[in-house]
Design a protein around this ligand. Structure first.
Ligand code: IPE
Ligand code: IPE
Ligand code: MG
Length: 237
């Protein structure tokens, strides 16, 4: 296993649709198989000693998809939460959702509340599920809240700091992601952790999300531990 373990790993779980289509199956079948990988990823990251895992499940742009596909994703989410919560509980997972949940169907929200409540005392891996999440929307929300403080005379514009913006994001309690993994061959961030990823190491793999195995996660962590994170300074070597 890799030496230098990231504290916070973000994953853009991409390629479910293509995985299914390549086998002549419906895209939604790919999403179902993708949930198995979610379980593998949580177990792997727990074992590796990662503290926070943020999984990109549904973006603010994913509403552009056919209604039926969206409905399937939402129902797979509740199915997953009801089915896997006992297992997550015994492995000490604490669950948190990031994103604008006001647009999430009530049926799915019931499952979200149930799982979050059941897992609230988890002392192991913290898992953030990004649901109706968009990095830009998140920054807009933070900026509005700062603007409100300015309007009320509680804050002067020149006193606004980077830390104050970080503190008003959904991830306020978490360190910035050290490593972001994207599966499914695309090499973009697609509005994931826009502010927080400023100095993240990025790992892209052509492997489609349902195909990701422990050995693929090993490769990502190996890549991470080989990086020299200079943050604009000089070599540590
Ligand atoms: C990622 O897989 C899951 C979500 C975006 C919800 P995709 O559905 O984007 O799969 P591809 O990229 O079309 O293969
Ligand atoms: C990013 O994947 C969003 C999630 C994995 C939830 P997309 O498939 O939506 O991204 P694009 O459209 O290829 O950029
Ligand atoms: Mg995709």
């Amino acid at each position: 296993m890799a030496q230098n373990i990231p504290r916070h790993v973000g994953i853009i779980m991409d390629g479910n649709g293509r995985w299914a289509q390549r086998q002549g199956l419906l895209r939604t079948v790919g999403h179902r198989f993708g949930t198995e990988t979610v379980q593998r990823a949580m177990e792997y990251m727990s074992r590796a000693g990662v503290s926070v895992l943020t999984l990109y499940a549904f973006s603010t742009e994913n509403w552009k998809r056919p209604e039926k596909e969206i409905a399937t994703i939402m129902s797979l989410l509740s199915e997953y939460l009801y089915k896997k919560t006992p297992e997550m509980r015994s492995s000490g997972v604490r669950l948190n959702f990031i994103g604008d949940l006001s647009r999430i169907p009530e049926e799915s929200m019931k499952a979200v509340r149930y799982a979050v409540d059941e897992l609230r005392n988890g002392s192991g891996l913290k898992v953030n599920i990004a649901l109706n999440y968009g990095g830009r929307a998140e920054i807009v929300t933070a900026v509005r809240s700062l603007a409100d403080d300015v309007a009320r005379g509680r804050l002067r514009p020149e006193d606004i700091t980077e830390d104050m913006i970080s503190a008003r994001l959904y991830t306020a309690d978490d360190p910035d992601p050290d490593l972001i993994i994207r599966t499914g061959a695309e090499t973009r961030l697609s509005n994931f952790l826009t502010w927080q990823s400023a100095y993240s190491e990025l790992y892209f793999t052509p492997t489609l999300w349902p195909d990701m195995q422990d050995s693929d996660f090993d490769a990502a962590l190996e890549y991470y531990s080989s990086r020299d994170r200079r943050y604009g300074g000089l070599n540590n070597a």
